[in-house]
Write a protein that binds this ligand. Structure first.
Ligand SMILES: [Mn+2]
Length: 361
């Protein structure tokens, strides 16, 4: 661990109370410092004391697990605590629009796929959410070994900073996918008999998540990509929730699944078996009609953590370094400043990078 006194990971158990107070103070400072013009109905003052205590308690337990101590998630977090958090988060998502419209400055992250220790490394580098605004582009669960820690950490931050921390839905936040690719197994193995009910509760919450964001009216963000049916931003604003399992005849499925393609022109069937791929020509046409400059999306591993496409009208951001332990890709965080100038922070994988030891139960 870097010795950074400002880092909440370093909060000792006895310091919790003091730290909670300090974080609350910084939270309100951040609200006044960084004006986030937005179409949000929900504001921080609506978080009542009980919700705040729940979120901070859970947050500190998760950060404690992330320090690589002896404690495991299941020994310190009870299923009832998770259920209550999920109930609160659902209300926050539903109180905010389907298409989140915000301004910079904001950090944008791509897929994290249960790589909890890498998410903490990313916050070490780019700033914890009490210091910086964040937008995540989905795919928090499956593949990695710590989907539960990862999604719970992000949900805690969402509850604490509802107007400065945003989470979009990815194609893995759908029951047909995360039943098969690891999350269901993780819930049911780690929480045994309560696990499958807990997995269901997560699906109910995922079904309320927003799918798109627009930053400064110029940058469109989503998990997968654009759609041939995307003729105006109003289509994105009209997404109905809860949407338990987006179906193939909905524009939502393209937003979660589509990919850019260097080989094909226009729209072609996606080799994933779902949705389309789109060429530079299709991208330019859609973006010009929407009056959007840039698409920021995730969904594909890219070697440097970010990769431009189509004369820089689209960028892929991927934030799971050493993805699945099978790639040697870097991870990236994209920073958009107040003037919508974009830059990237890269987490380079090192061959012998000392990993955080996190207990798995
Ligand atoms: Mn994906």
């Amino acid at each position: 661990m870097p010795s950074n006194n400002e880092n909440p990971v370093n909060a000792s158990l006895s310091d919790r109370k003091k730290k909670t107070k300090r974080l609350s103070a910084e939270a309100s400072e951040l609200v006044s410092l960084k004006s986030c013009r937005s179409n949000m109905a929900y504001d921080n003052s609506m978080i009542d004391e009980i919700q705040a205590r729940l979120a901070y308690n859970l947050l500190f337990k998760l950060l404690e697990c992330g320090r690589g101590g002896e404690k495991t998630l299941t020994s310190v977090v009870q299923p009832a605590e998770i259920t209550t958090l999920l109930d609160c988060i659902k209300l926050v998502f539903m109180s905010q629009p389907s298409c989140v419209e915000i301004d910079g400055p904001i950090n944008i992250c791509g897929d994290t796929h249960g790589q909890f220790s890498d998410v903490l490394r990313m916050f070490d580098k780019a700033g914890y959410p009490h210091r910086a605004n964040y937008l995540f582009l989905g795919d928090y669960v499956d593949r990695g070994r710590h989907s539960l820690e990862n999604i719970l950490l992000l949900f805690c931050y969402k509850l604490i900073f509802p107007n400065h921390f945003f989470l979009l839905r990815g194609n893995h936040e759908c029951p047909s996918i995360n039943k098969v690719y690891g999350f269901y197994e993780e819930c049911s193995k780690r929480y045994e008999k309560g696990g499958s009910k807990m997995w269901e509760d997560f699906q109910d919450t995922f079904s309320t998540m927003p799918m798109t964001a627009v930053i400064g009216q110029r940058i469109l963000c989503m998990h997968g990509g654009i759609s041939p049916r995307l003729s105006s931003l109003d289509k994105l604003r009209a997404f109905r929730r809860p949407n338990y399992q987006p179906s193939h005849d909905q524009i939502e499925i393209d937003i979660l699944w589509s990919d850019p393609s260097n080989t094909g022109k226009g729209w072609n069937p996606n080799q994933r078996g779902v949705s389309y791929t789109f060429g530079t020509d299709a991208l330019r046409k859609v973006l010009n009609s929407l009056n959007i400059d840039l698409v920021v999306r995730a969904h594909q591993v890219v070697q440097d953590g970010y990769e431009f496409f189509g004369q820089r009208r689209l960028v892929t951001v991927f934030s799971a370094p050493f993805y699945c332990g099978q790639f040697d890709n870097a991870a990236a965080v994209m920073t958009v400043n107040e003037d919508l100038v974009c830059s990237f922070q890269i987490l380079r994988p090192k061959k012998y990078f000392p990993k955080r030891r996190i207990q798995v139960d």
